[in-house]
Design a protein around this ligand. Structure first.
Ligand SMILES: *Cc1c(COP(=O)(O)O)cnc(C)c1O
Length: 237
């Protein structure tokens, strides 16, 4: 398949329209307002023309899971800074990469330690607070990042101590589902943690299960492949 500029633009435009329709339908089923669900376009490993096309059709929240990749994106798309794009760091963050996120991100979805909250909070400018979500390992998977539900209150207090940070909610990335319904119990479990602690925001749902996530209360869905197409084979990093 050739991928001339217009083809790419049209493909991404269709992908975005389709995902938005599916979010709206899920909202209708759950009696929710689509304005309460932010679509975060996960641009990791995607070619730049696709990311530009998404921004042009109004996807202004973009997620990357490596801090260096986000920094590089912000640089290469600096001509679009005036469009109001907000960058979301959605992957785990090493302490030595904190400065990159502090400089360019509006949201950080993967807080998993008090030390990291303190590192972010002490470097971010309080005039432009960083919105932070605590990543919860809802399925208790050994290999997954995120904290257990019992540790969430400590992280929320750590965030609250910093005027440069704002609690934006809880995030989860449950095991890859065989079918979308497999994720429902994990999303519901996260929602219950949020309800118990009075935290309203929920970052849940990917290409695999974002409609179920919306039905279970997602305020942010993180969708990559359904918007941009399959990710190209990744190189190291
Ligand atoms: C890659 C990724 C996504 C998006 O996945 P898709 O399958 O492309 O929709 C969402 N969240 C996190 C944390 C990711 O790493």
């Amino acid at each position: 398949m050739s991928a001339s500029g217009t083809d790419v633009h049209e493909e991404v435009r269709r992908g975005v329209a389709r995902v938005r329709e599916r979010i709206e339908a899920a909202c209708a089923r759950a009696d929710r307002n689509p304005a309460d669900v932010t679509l975060v376009g996960v641009s990791k490993f995607q070619p730049e023309d696709r990311v530009r096309a998404a921004i042009e059709v109004g996807v202004l929240d973009l997620g990357e899971n490596y801090a260096q990749a986000m920094r590089d994106r912000v640089e290469s798309l600096s001509d679009l800074a005036g469009t109001g794009v907000r960058w979301h760091q959605i992957g785990p963050l090493q302490r030595n990469k904190v400065n990159m996120v502090v400089r360019v991100a509006s949201y950080f979805h993967a807080l998993d330690s008090v030390a990291l909250a303190d590192a972010l909070g002490s470097r971010r400018d309080p005039a432009d607070p960083l919105h932070v979500l605590v990543q919860v390992n809802v399925a208790g998977e050994e290999t997954k990042s995120g904290v257990g539900p019992a540790e969430v209150p400590d992280l929320l207090s750590a965030v609250a101590k910093h005027p440069s940070l704002r609690v934006a909610g809880l995030m989860a990335m449950p095991p890859a589902p065989e079918c979308p319904e497999d994720s429902r119990e994990h999303f519901a479990a996260l929602r219950e943690v949020g309800e118990r602690l009075g935290v309203p925001g929920l970052s849940i749902g990917t290409t695999d299960d974002f409609e179920v996530a919306v039905e279970e209360g997602a305020t942010m869905v993180r969708v990559g492949r359904s918007l941009f197409g399959e990710r190209p084979a990744r190189t190291a990093g």
